[in-house]
Design a protein around this ligand. Sequence first.
Ligand code: HEC
Ligand code: HEC
Ligand code: HEC
Ligand code: HEC
Ligand code: HEC
Ligand code: HEC
Ligand code: HEC
Length: 402
Amino acid sequence: MSSKKNLKYSVFLILCLLLLYGIWYLKTSIEVSAYLEPEIVATHYNGSNFVGSQTCMECHADIYTTHLETAHYNTSSTAAKEHIKGSFHAGSNELNLKGVRLKMMAENDQYFQLSKAKFGDTSTTKSKIDIVIGSGVKGQSYLSWNDSKLVQLQASYFKPTGSWVNSPNFPDYTLNRKVDDNCLKCHVTFAKNINESGIGNTYDRSKMLLGIDCQRCHGPSEEHVKYHRLNPNVLTGKFVDNFKAYSRQQRLDACAVCHSGLQSQQIKGNPFSFLAGDTLALFSKTYKNRTTTTKLDVHGNQMGLLSESECFVNSPKMDCITCHDPHKNQRGNINSFNSKCLSCHDTNDLNTVVENHNHDNEQNCVSCHMPLVPSEVMKLKLERESKEIPVYIRTHLIGIYK
Ligand code: HEC
Ligand code: HEC
Ligand code: HEC
Ligand code: HEC
Ligand code: HEC
Ligand code: HEC
Ligand code: HEC
């Protein structure tokens, strides 16, 4: 009888242990899979998924941290106080144009543009500032949601004067302009337009990835993250592009998609379809509606200007990364840029070639050979009577300027 009882006890004990193991197994496997499955924040038109940007921090902490300081990362954001550079204080919060008066207001941590036309319907329109465009190097523009429709507000902020201005290319009378993919494509990581061709300004508001983040240049990275979480011992990047293996044109195209001028014509897919590694010429055609004598504008066309420079034409390997570190804010770090010039140009040679001019290491090469040039297309109007003033941009036509 006691052996029968023992057997019962043993079976009972085993069952209990099995149950405990089962609970433990379920619990840990849920934890493991929750860890292995990164948060998906949007799906690209090619079907691959974007993960939350902070996911990259886990394994690329150095790059992630310096990237937070870049103009790219900060080029679009929500309308929080720390992001809006324009003033809401009485005395500096108004803009008086020929046909409209604008006033900027803060109310319980929310920000608004009040606009009152001077002719016709003179009632006041109140628009909420929802999205900030521009890190503020030269200025910022502000976008507003009207349900799911996105518009650009009339008042922009201009850094050189520290004041509110009429948004570039806006008329003197009241207007909120529609914002579609052709505006957003260079200033956000991804936007999900209701119309897949990217025309129209109706968006899925929950799928707007602000800032130019890692995945804007490296592509949607869900597969990459999953693989490396599962295989922590693998030290070469999988399911991710390798810029070092790209051709010069591919490396250039990854930047040129946003830095080759505003006048481009989409010939394939949606404005967000192009990903690094693709050939840009298959996706869009840059309008060259100019004769050989008209100049390329400095605004947003670093690619066009650089490719006409002697340095570029005569250096088979030169690309944007020759001088720029895509993960760091290098603005104003002139010594670093000069050392790039000197990596190809020998000052001793220069001093014998160039008469009456001393090219020594102390010289700021950039100030003479890549000067700030006024843009012909990006001009701003301050007030009612004042003339338009141009924005100055560093030209990438490296050359000899007298
Ligand atoms: C679980 C770890 C892990 C996470 C999370 C992770 N990576 Fe990586 N990644 C790696 C490893 C390991 C490599 C290979 C070593 C290296 O280049 O740093 C790598 C390499 C890369 C490379 C270089 C590929 C090459 O061959 O040149 C890029 C680009 C990259 N990761 C982008 C990202 C982005 C973007 C994110 C966030 C969406 C991300 N990674 C998140 C582990 C990770
Ligand atoms: C998705 C579009 C996009 C891509 C891709 C892109 N850029 Fe930019 N870039 C911008 C925009 C927009 C700005 C202006 C940001 C601002 O100040 O708000 C900018 C600014 C810059 C600046 C000025 C930074 C500063 O501190 O003022 C440099 C330099 C630059 N980009 C280089 C590059 C290089 C090099 C690449 C390729 C590796 C690249 N960009 C790829 C859109 C892009
Ligand atoms: C083809 C890419 C492209 C498109 C499209 C584009 N931008 Fe830009 N934008 C840039 C680049 C590049 C810069 C950086 C300075 C430069 O080269 O002039 C910039 C600069 C800016 C700045 C100044 C940012 C700063 O920190 O100083 C603002 C504001 C801005 N753009 C707003 C807009 C708005 C609003 C639209 C849509 C109506 C738009 N941009 C469309 C590429 C683009
Ligand atoms: C403006 C485009 C751009 C953005 C934004 C960007 N990268 Fe890169 N990344 C590049 C380019 C271009 C290279 C190749 C650099 C080279 O060849 O020297 C690169 C290289 C890398 C590499 C290879 C190792 C290295 O240091 O060269 C890793 C890893 C990487 N990026 C991760 C990231 C992560 C993580 C982020 C976001 C925090 C990010 N990148 C944001 C353009 C970008
Ligand atoms: C990758 C190598 C490389 C880099 C980096 C480089 N250059 Fe050049 N540059 C050249 C070559 C090659 C030429 C063609 C003439 C020659 O052989 O000296 C040239 C020509 C020039 C010229 C003569 C232009 C003309 O129109 O006659 C100037 C001025 C110049 N570079 C200035 C600079 C400055 C300033 C920098 C840094 C911002 C710079 N370069 C960076 C390779 C380079
Ligand atoms: C020969 C070196 C060199 C090369 C190559 C180069 N840049 Fe630059 N870039 C500079 C210098 C120098 C500045 C000025 C930086 C500053 O003022 O802090 C600059 C500034 C910029 C700015 C900011 C302009 C402004 O006034 O706001 C952008 C955007 C930019 N570069 C993009 C690019 C892109 C895209 C490429 C490739 C097509 C490229 N650069 C290639 C040297 C270079
Ligand atoms: C004060 C303005 C100034 C500064 C600073 C300057 N340059 Fe020059 N550079 C010139 C002028 C002007 C010429 C043309 C002289 C001539 O043709 O008589 C020139 C010519 C050149 C040339 C063409 C030489 C040739 O073979 O015809 C190169 C390359 C060059 N500079 C590179 C540099 C580099 C690199 C630096 C930084 C170390 C630099 N420059 C700093 C004004 C400057």
